[in-house]
Design a protein around this ligand. Structure first.
Ligand code: BGC
Length: 736
């Protein structure tokens, strides 16, 4: 449809038809033959709303989408948009974002997201509520798993990659429109508690938390979702400064803004709006186009229009954005465009996507410890695999809601198919949790209240026998998959006690031990790490994760993953992140000593594992760090050179990290900030030269008027394999 025709269509719509476009309802409103009245009554809306609704939430599957669209078009002339949470896979599940971030490989992730779109789009989805690009520095927050970590630069690079992967050169049936979320700073709830207040200086917000959203928009994301939290006391969903001044005016965003689930209605609960009518005006005036799953726009926009509190022009402008998206998709010409009818069956697997998902998993898993050369496990070794994740398909993380579970291979299945009976035995070992009720209510029926499945004593006995038999015991332990994800905040970040106690007993009978960890956030691991020989952070590695783990522990492929979120050594250190400020009394390097420096009496300031950390089967040395000049003039750039040497006998992908420290500035700068990184493939014993360019943009920062500036002065360049001070080589230069 040409623009003029679209304009005509808009003019032909009644007010109710227009308002409908700004409302999103979930799948339970749509029956096979008619709209369901139960959900309407529950939400408190009338039937005209469902008949005129503009978009549908989380309905997926060619048959279902086709049916709902067909029924809808019997009453409406405007096709529906189908939007869903496709976060890291539809049927084939990739590693969770916090995992694949450890690849430090945005190109690989762009390809992965292209695959995800390819698998999803034929099932009728138009828009995905992804990427989630929130910066997270508090592992108590369960949604850490959905983020790519603590760093603005890394999150921005991944944000771009994911949006490009989803949208590409948009092809219906192969691509998805990307909705970036949760705008803004949803990853910084106080105390790590889900949905809690966010409060930080504007300087920090602009410098550290906003860049990934901006990056997603620059990459072309056509939609933005507001976050549940407040910023400076104003909920993001009604925050004019965020939605107007920053998003629309400063960044020039012209796409659609949607609320998070029921967030408009929750403006009342927040204590921001007195009632739903006021909530409607607050959100709409702030620039929120679509109200997801709340009765506010449905029940109030019309009367607000009649009262003259909102203008029809403003209404038209939001409606036009929705119509435009539908038109760009080609829905007016073919409301079923892109749908492929035989994609619903679980057997409709995309083999090449699985291969890619396995590759991503191999790059996502981080080797945290490998003493006594336990890994790789050599041929002929007797291996016992045990633990609650030994034969468990919950390897996919809390947001993989449409996965094809029949195709998930467990560790046991993979190990059994690779090793013969003389060399492999396994046991479930123990329960994941001693009480599954801790996982809370989900609003749907769960079997968490079921009694424990196994006899603890018999399992322990079997575990000990296997440990005595084996040369190496591989323990597959971790959090329950639903201990992270939305509503998954925790205050205790250790592996559940029931598993630790079992592990302690079995370790007494174990010759060599490898721990495979499955979790959706950084855990506090001090006690476990001390007791075992080798530790792998496997996260939730996805459908193909078990094979990837097997390939890594047996040395078929080398490790290359590096952490993108610091692992605290105690919960009391949180929030903890590598780009902290120096303070006037730093614990190291201050003129003071003893008590009166910035430190804890009972713990180190350092995390257990730093941002950027990860081992491999090779060791790479960093030599001859040099700068092309020790001064840099305005408008200029300088080069950093170094030589890498793989002293190991395995090929390795080395992630070289470049940090910069602005030694003094009118707004104090962090002790180091990641400014660039490169992944360098090194053959055994190979030496390679690597260079980075230091540009002016890498030296700028947000001043007190929220503008980026650069100040002359001394800067430190730090290069190495992690953000850990002892891993970094340092040089200085002066910017003039
Ligand atoms: C989550 C969003 C999600 C939405 C729709 C909300 O509870 O915060 O991330 O996109 O539900 O399912």
């Amino acid at each position: 449809m040409r623009y003029e025709e679209l304009q005509k269509l808009l003019e032909s719509l009644t007010i109710k038809e227009k308002i409908g476009q700004l409302i999103q309802l979930s799948g339970d409103f749509f029956g096979e033959h008619e709209m369901k009245t139960g959900p309407q009554a529950k939400l408190g809306i009338e039937s005209w709303v469902s008949e005129n609704v503009g978009s549908v939430l989380n309905v997926i599957g060619a048959k279902q989408v086709r049916l709902i669209q067909k029924k809808h078009l019997e009453k409406s002339k405007i096709p529906l948009l189908f939007m869903a949470d496709i976060l890291y896979g539809y049927k084939t599940i990739y590693p969770i974002p916090l995992a694949f971030a450890s690849s430090w490989d945005p190109d690989l992730i762009e390809e992965a997201y292209k695959n995800i779109a390819k698998e999803t789009s034929p099932a009728g989805v138009h828009v995905t509520f992804s990427p989630m690009v929130d910066v997270v520095r508090d592992a108590r927050w369960g949604r850490s798993m959905e983020s790519t970590g603590e760093d603005p630069l890394l999150n921005s690079r991944f944000a771009k990659a994911m949006v490009r992967g989803f949208q590409g050169d948009f092809i219906p049936g192969e691509s998805l429109i990307s909705c970036v979320k949760h705008f803004a700073a949803y990853g910084a709830p106080e105390s790590g508690r889900e949905y809690n207040t966010v409060d930080m200086s504007r300087g920090r917000l602009v410098q550290d938390y906003l860049p990934p959203y901006k990056a997603a928009i620059e990459a072309g994301a056509k939609m933005v979702m507001t976050s549940f939290n407040t910023i400076e006391g104003v909920p993001a969903t009604a925050n004019k400064w965020l939605l107007q001044d920053v998003l629309r005016e400063k960044w020039g965003f012209e796409g659609l803004v949607i609320s998070d689930y029921a967030a408009v209605q929750e403006l009342v609960t927040h204590g921001y709006s007195e009632n739903q009518k006021e909530a409607t005006i607050a959100a709409f005036a702030a620039g929120l186009d679509i109200d997801m799953k709340s009765p506010c726009y449905a029940n109030n926009l019309e009367s607000l229009l009649v009262d003259g509190r909102i203008s029809e022009d403003k209404l038209n402008s939001s409606v036009m954005k929705v119509l435009k998206m539908k038109n760009d998709l080609g829905l007016f010409e073919d409301p079923y465009i892109g749908i492929v009818d035989d994609t619903d069956s679980d057997s409709a697997d995309f083999e090449e996507i699985k291969v890619n998902a396995q590759k991503v998993a191999e790059k996502s898993i981080v080797l945290l410890k490998n003493d006594k050369g336990v890994l790789p496990i050599k041929k002929g070794t007797k291996v016992a695999l045990m633990g609650p994740y030994a034969d468990n398909k919950d390897l996919i993380g809390a947001w993989a809601i449409h996965s094809n579970s029949s195709s998930i291979k467990t560790l046991k299945t993979v190990f059994e198919s690779e090793l013969d009976q003389q060399h492999f035995k396994w046991a479930e070992g123990c329960e994941l949790l001693s009480d599954y009720k801790v996982l809370g209510e989900f609003g749907w029926e769960t079997n968490f209240n079921s009694i424990l499945k196994r006899s603890a004593e018999a399992e322990l006995k079997k575990s000990i026998e296997l440990a005595q038999w084996a040369d190496v015991v591989v323990f597959a332990i971790g959090e329950h998959m639903l201990q992270s994800g939305e509503g998954g905040s925790r205050t205790d970040l250790t592996v559940p006690d029931i598993q630790k106690e079992w592990l302690d007993t079995v370790l007494e009978h174990t010759k060599k031990s490898v721990v495979l960890l499955f979790n959706g956030r950084p855990l506090v691991l001090n006690d476990i790490v001390k007791k075992v020989d080798s530790v792998l952070e496997c996260w939730f590695p996805g459908t193909e994760g078990a094979q990837a783990i097997y390939n890594l522990v047996t040395g078929k492929v080398n490790f290359s993953g590096r952490l993108t979120m610091s692992f605290p050594s105690s919960v009391g250190q949180i929030p903890i992140y590598y780009s902290n400020f120096s303070t006037g009394r730093p614990s190291k390097g201050s003129s003071r000593s003893g008590r009166f420096v910035s430190r804890y009496l009972d713990a180190s300031n350092e995390p257990l594992y730093q941002f950027g950390y990860g081992l491999s089967y090779s060791v790479v040395k960093y030599h001859h760090l040099s700068l092309s000049s020790n001064t840099m003039k305005a408008g200029d750039s300088i080069q950093v050179h170094l030589e890498l040497e793989n002293i190991g006998d395995r090929e390795v992908d080395e992630i070289v990290q470049l940090y910069i420290h602005d030694i003094s500035a009118s707004v104090v700068r962090p002790v180091k900030e990641l400014k660039d990184f490169k992944k360098i493939l090194l053959s055994p014993k190979e030496r390679k030269n690597v260079s980075f360019s230091i540009t002016e943009q890498m030296l700028n920062f947000v001043d007190s008027s929220l503008e980026y500036i650069i100040e002359p002065g001394e800067f430190e360049v730090l290069v190495g394999p992690s953000s850990r001070t002892e891993d970094l080589k340092t040089l200085k230069f002066r910017y003039m």
